[in-house]
Design a protein around this ligand. Structure first.
Ligand code: FES
Length: 193
């Protein structure tokens, strides 16, 4: 009888040791998981931090363009289809507390009553204003002789890229344009900062 009681005590002790062992293992595992998670978070954070300039470079034009408002130009219905037409409008430029109204224009080629191409009037070579030559059916830049087709394609001269198109929309017969400026002198169409 005494021996049985002794055995039962030993079993209890062994069980307690097992339970303690499991607890210790559990704690060790939790600590390992925590360290693993911390390392992963840290690596992720550093990756985002180092890659941020690239991410910013890629998404900035999109957000900048989104922030630029549409400006109402003139009555789209009065523009003749297929003939490049210069449309002017006033833009309010804000710089700190200063507001300045500036006159700008764009070239519009109307394709149908609800479709058009809008070109920035600024030559992508070095920023002069080009003109439409109705006799030659070409856009010509007076500064260094770049020539563009009615579709904006470079036909001659030093221009490094086609004419820059501008975002626009046609609503209730009115044409709205986003006045954007692009870096000149480079082959890519890149928004000015
Ligand atoms: S600025 Fe137009 S060709 Fe140079």
């Amino acid at each position: 009888m005494v021996e049985k009681v002794e055995n039962s005590k030993e079993d209890n002790n062994q069980n307690q040791v097992d339970i303690n062992h499991v607890e210790v293992e559990k704690n060790t595992q939790t600590r390992k998981d925590f360290i693993k998670l911390s390392v992963i978070s840290l690596v992720g954070f550093i990756t985002v931090l180092l890659g941020w300039p690239v991410i910013e470079y890629l998404i900035k034009p999109f957000y900048r363009s989104k922030k630029i408002p549409y400006i109402k130009t003139s009555d789209f219905n009065t523009i003749k289809i297929g003939i490049p037409t210069k449309l002017g409008f006033n833009i309010i430029h804000k710089s700190g507390f200063l507001k300045q109204t500036k006159y700008e224009d764009v070239w519009v080629i109307k394709h149908s009553k609800n479709r058009a191409t809008v070109f920035s009037p600024i030559c992508p070579h070095l920023g002069c204003r080009y003109n439409w030559d109705p006799l030659k059916n070409e856009f010509m830049c007076p500064c260094h002789g770049s020539i563009f087709s009615i579709n904006g394609k470079v036909l001659g001269g030093p221009a490094p890229r086609p004419l820059d198109t501008l975002p626009h929309k046609i609503e209730n017969g009115k044409l709205y344009v986003k006045w954007e400026r692009f870096v000149v002198g480079i082959p890519e169409k890149e928004l000015e900062t």
